[in-house]
Structure formats: structure tokens, C-alpha cells
Design a protein around this ligand. Structure first.
Ligand code: CU
Length: 434
């Protein structure tokens, strides 16, 4: 019996071989990735794609990868109609994804175009102490207008991040964060066909305001993947059968984000501490991404469709919702509204039937705001925003479709009366209307 057979038996015995979709060892058979996606010098690994973002370009000088980050104010769009003055790197928010290979030597210049001193800390990267970027502890802070040089070898692969370690609360709250991905020189796990980086973040941006409030501690009202709120998030379009890697980072101020993927189960394969040993991986459909951590999951995208992927904290899929209003569910507007209108002309009670429909109403919103605004879906309004995006698993040739085309008879619809009767289901008998 060879090692593979042994692992296969072990998986069966452990009950981890889920019907029809093998998690773990069997995935070594996944097809080779599209050559156009392969990152040279990585043994055939695909390049990381950062939805709504970019990858830091390198210049090779005497064998060293030289990169340049400029910390600067940025005009940023979270989603159409919602803009803000934030801080970012190289004209974008968040900063570009840094992508390199184990064994590389990198020289990273950091120019400070902020109004206050900054540094860059390379979160999780193993490096000499003087390159760690904590202002006052490891280096003097970079004054406005100056350029500092960080240089170190990349001795350990993994999924890491970068962010300032100077006035941390303000600078990270305003968007100065990014992903730092180091591919292993020799990949060990099953190969993936697609590899995505998604930084979660939280902001407080009052409707009508243009500057996020870095002093917010609990009342965040704008939640993002790669600094975009749905429907401004770029969907993850993958081919059916692809093994997909998702690398999540979290440099939010206060909140952990339980990211839930529909239609699939995945395995946690790595954190910013390193790879999870094969035998310690377990299946999940939600991965908690704590503040100051990365989480990497992998799965086979074997279920065609448009699948939601979102933070499961329900307040994190609302955009600019007020969180301090009274409970109005069940209230009778016919009695309340005339009395309030006497002092507040035009008043209208909202939310008495629940809040889902509020996004469809033509309410007068302040300029530059998206309070609870729904976006069009193929079957009606989608009332989630914020930290929400789509995984579009498509067969070849349908990647460009705006929405998944469901096979006939596979969409939930109004029940057929004959079918109801045949099945013995009568709502009026089960729970008569009051
Ligand atoms: Cu969340």
C-alpha cells in the first residue's frame, strides 16, 4: 500500500471523505492551472488575485526585489455613490498586495506623504528586529516627506499583512493596510487553480460625511472586503471544478468577522502563523477571521451558481444603518405618523414590517450615502450590502453572464396548489390565521 492509498483509507475511516467531494489528499489530482495565471518562479503556483485591488510591481536590482509604497491621502469609492477621503498606499485603498516567493530578498521603500509620521510593520513576516516597523521600539518614525528603506530576506512562506505601527488607531482606521503574500519555493499541498486575497475592514462614515471617523470604537456602519461594500465588490468568478484558495485578512479596529460561504464546505489550511498540519484540518462553512490575523481556506468549487459570501454578523452586511433607533417592528403607522407629523412634517414610520423593504423605498437620502439601499438582483432587490460579495461558479463559456442561469425547475417558487394538496399541506389547517 502506498502513502496515497493509506491516506485515502484514513480519510474514509475518519469519515472526512464527504460524498462526492474529497477534502484533502484526493485534491492532488486537480487539473493544472491556466498558464496565464501562473506566477513565474513558483513551481507552477497561480498568482494571487486581489479583487478591486492590485499587486505591487517589483523592479529586480542585482537579484533583489525592489518595491515602493507611498502612504498618502486617497479619494476612494466604496461603492457607486459612496465616496470618502481616506488614507492608502500608492493612490489606492487598501494598499497593493505584496506578492513574493520564499527565499526572495526584498527592498521596500516607504515614502510618507501623510501629515503625520508613519512606519510600516510587516505583520507575521519573520524578519530582523530592526525591520519590524514599530515606531519608537524598532525604528524612528518616518517623518512626513521622507522615504525609509526596509530590506529583509523572506525566510518563511505564508499569508501576511502590512500596516503602520505609528498612530495605529488613526492610520489603520483610515485604510492604511494591505496583504503580504509569500509563496513557498516548493509547494507541498494540492495545487489550486485560483487564489484570492480579501482584506476585511470596518469604518464609521456618517451619511453625507466624506471622512471616516477614526475614533469609532463600536458603532461601525460600513463594512468592506478590499475596501468595497456590496454591490461595489468585484465577484470571484471561478470555473466549476477549480480548487480555490481564499486568503482573508483582518485589520479592523474592533471586530472579528465570521465569513460564511454558501454552497460549499472548505478547510482551514493556514493562518499567519503557518500551514495547518494536514491531519488537523477540518471542514467548515464559516471561518472566523480575528482582528490582527489571516485565515486561509481551500475548497473545490463544484457547485455551479451565484453563491453569497459574507460576514455572518448581520450588522456587517448593512451599509450605513443607524444602530440606535427604537424598535418599530409591529408598530402601527396609522396611529403614530399623524401625531409625529404635527411636529416633524413629512415624518414616516419605517421598519414596522421589518427592515428588508426599506432599501427599495425612494427615500430622500443625504448626498454621498447608501443607508440600507438595496441593489438589483436577478429575482428582486438584494437587501444586503457591506461585507458581502459573490462567488460565481461557472461552466466554461458562461463566465461572462451577469447572473447564473438556473436549469428549469431548480428555483424555489410559489407552491403549486395540486402539489400542496397531494402532499397534505394546508397552511389554513396547520396554523389558522388569527
Ligand atoms: Cu463582520
Amino acid at each position: 500500500m502506498n502513502r496515497r492509498d493509506f491516506m485515502h483509507l484514513g480519510a474514509l475511516a475518519g469519515g472526512t471523505l464527504v460524498a462526492g467531494r474529497a477534502l484533502g489528499e484526493g485534491l492532488a489530482d486537480a487539473p493544472p492551472p491556466d498558464p496565464a495565471r501562473v506566477l513565474p518562479g513558483t513551481g507552477g503556483q497561480v498568482a494571487v488575485h486581489t479583487p478591486n485591488g492590485s499587486t505591487l510591481p517589483w523592479r529586480i536590482v542585482d537579484g533583489v526585489k525592489v518595491g515602493h509604497l507611498v502612504a498618502m491621502p486617497v479619494q476612494h469609492t466604496f461603492t457607486a455613490g459612496l465616496e470618502a477621503e481616506v488614507w492608502g498606499y500608492n493612490g489606492q485603498c487598501h494598499g497593493p498586495t505584496i506578492e513574493a516567493v520564499e527565499g526572495d530578498r526584498v527592498r521596500l521603500y516607504v515614502t510618507n506623504r501623510l501629515p503625520e509620521p508613519t512606519t510600516v510593520h510587516w505583520h507575521g513576516v519573520i524578519l530582523p528586529n530592526g525591520m519590524d516597523g514599530v515606531a519608537g521600539l524598532n525604528q524612528r518614525a518616518i517623518p512626513p516627506g521622507e522615504t525609509f528603506c526596509y530590506e529583509f530576506p523572506l525566510v518563511k512562506p505564508g499569508t501576511f499583512m502590512y500596516h503602520p505601527h505609528a498612530d495605529e488607531m488613526t492610520q489603520m482606521a483610515l485604510g492604511l493596510v494591505g496583504m503580504f503574500i509569500i509563496h513557498p519555493r516548493r509547494p507541498t499541498g494540492p495545487r489550486v487553480q485560483r487564489d484570492f486575497a480579501l482584506m476585511t475592514h470596518e469604518w464609521k462614515l456618517q451619511p453625507g460625511a466624506r471622512r471616516p471617523d477614526p475614533g469609532a470604537m463600536s458603532d461601525f456602519n460600513l463594512l468592506t472586503f478590499n475596501a468595497r461594500a456590496y454591490p461595489g465588490t468585484e465577484p470571484l468568478v471561478v470555473r466549476r471544478g477549480d480548487r480555490v484558495r481564499l486568503r482573508f485578512g483582518n485589520l479592523s479596529a474592533m471586530d472579528h468577522h465570521p465569513i460564511h460561504l454558501h454552497g460549499h464546505a472548505f478547510e482551514l489550511t493556514a493562518t499567519d502563523g503557518g500551514d495547518v498540519p494536514r491531519g488537523a484540518r477540518y471542514p467548515e462553512t464559516t471561518v472566523l477571521v480575528p482582528v490582527g490575523a489571516t485565515r486561509v481556506v481551500e475548497f473545490i468549487a463544484d457547485m455551479p451558481g451565484d453563491w453569497a459570501m459574507h460576514c455572518h454578523m448581520t450588522h456587517h452586511v448593512m451599509t450605513q444603518m443607524g444602530h440606535d433607533g427604537p424598535v418599530l417592528i409591529g408598530a402601527d403607522p396609522a396611529r403614530i405618523d399623524p401625531r409625529v407629523q404635527a411636529v416633524v412634517p413629512g415624518y414616516m414610520t419605517m421598519g414596522h414590517d421589518g427592515m428588508g423593504a426599506m432599501g427599495e423605498m425612494a427615500m430622500p437620502f443625504p448626498e454621498n450615502s447608501q443607508p440600507m439601499r438595496a441593489s438589483p438582483g436577478p429575482f428582486g432587490p438584494i437587501d444586503m450590502g457591506g461585507m458581502f460579495t459573490l462567488l460565481k461558479v461557472r461552466d466554461a463559456g458562461t463566465e461572462g453572464d451577469a447572473w447564473y442561469r438556473h436549469p428549469n425547475g431548480t428555483v424555489a417558487e410559489r407552491a403549486d396548489p395540486a402539489r400542496l394538496e397531494a402532499d397534505g399541506v394546508d397552511p389554513d389547517v396547520a396554523f389558522p390565521k388569527a
